[in-house]
Design a protein around this ligand. Structure first.
Ligand code: 6PG
Length: 243
């Protein structure tokens, strides 16, 4: 489902309300809420809103477990780190305990090792058997103007590592390894919310949502939940090219 909002504030208000609704239901059903956060700049203001007086009291954060859908191959205190952005704007303000957030341990250095370590962390947390995938209650995603999501970039190998939960991904155009969930993990979740705002996303959203199916060129087109709800939240600027 696609919902468009006049501005970022109203988009974030709705996104925060939806986040809380999903969390409250998950906690009611199973005693905890597992969420994988998006990186980049888009979700920063949503994280600040969730940690604000308006929302922070609405759920028992002690029952919330935070993961990261992707990460840059940088240390956790780097300006580039998705973990750092979420920690500064959400985890620290909410005083989330260390054992409730699971970051990619980029201090391990080698990208393949970091990915294998994170995959093992997820398997342990979700108590998964061989070839089983985690089912996150919610995965937040952003979208790049090239159509990537998480760190699943166009024409990169990770698009096809469907038997893995979390992988390293060499991104030629960035000349760096990234760390990312696979589409199998994303598509196994109960809820995915894509967040996009600003005019720079307008053309790629038209391609992804209304263009022909080219999942290598526009990887976000691979997001198709097996058994869950997919929600696209845009401001009017990002949605301006959609019919
Ligand atoms: C990252 C993100 C990435 C992001 C898009 C959009 O690590 O950068 O996970 O997938 O969502 O690149 O980035 P912006 O929100 O900064 O436009």
């Amino acid at each position: 489902m696609i919902k468009t909002f006049p501005d970022v504030d109203s988009l974030n208000q709705f996104a925060a309300e939806t986040f809380i609704e999903i969390a409250a239901q998950a906690i009611k059903d199973g005693g905890k809420f597992t969420v994988a956060l998006a990186g980049g700049s888009t979700p920063k203001s949503l994280y600040q809103l969730l940690a604000s007086e308006d929302f922070r009291a609405q759920i028992d954060w002690q029952k919330v477990f935070f993961f990261f859908g992707d990460e840059r191959n940088v240390l956790p205190d780097s300006e580039e780190s998705n973990y750092r952005m979420a920690s500064e704007n959400l985890l620290k303000p909410l005083q989330v305990a260390e054992n409730q957030s699971f970051r990619w341990q980029t201090e391990l250095g080698d990208a393949e090792k970091i990915a294998a370590n994170y995959e093992q962390k997820i398997k342990t947390f979700f108590n998964l058997k061989e070839n089983e995938f985690p089912r996150f209650d919610l995965i937040l995603l952003g979208i790049g103007d090239d159509g990537h999501t998480a760190s699943l970039f166009p024409f990169t190998k990770a698009l096809h590592k469907t038997e893995k939960i979390a992988v390293a991904n060499w991104v030629e155009k960035l000349q760096t390894h990234r760390l990312t969930f696979t589409f199998t993990t994303i598509n196994n979740s109960s809820n995915v919310i894509f967040l996009a705002h600003g005019a720079t996303k307008a053309e790629v959203l038209r391609e992804v949502l209304e263009g022909s199916f080219q999942p290598e060129k526009f990887p976000s087109q691979n997001v198709e939940l097996k058994n869950g709800s997919l929600l696209w939240l845009f401001d009017e600027k990002a949605a301006q090219n959609l019919q």
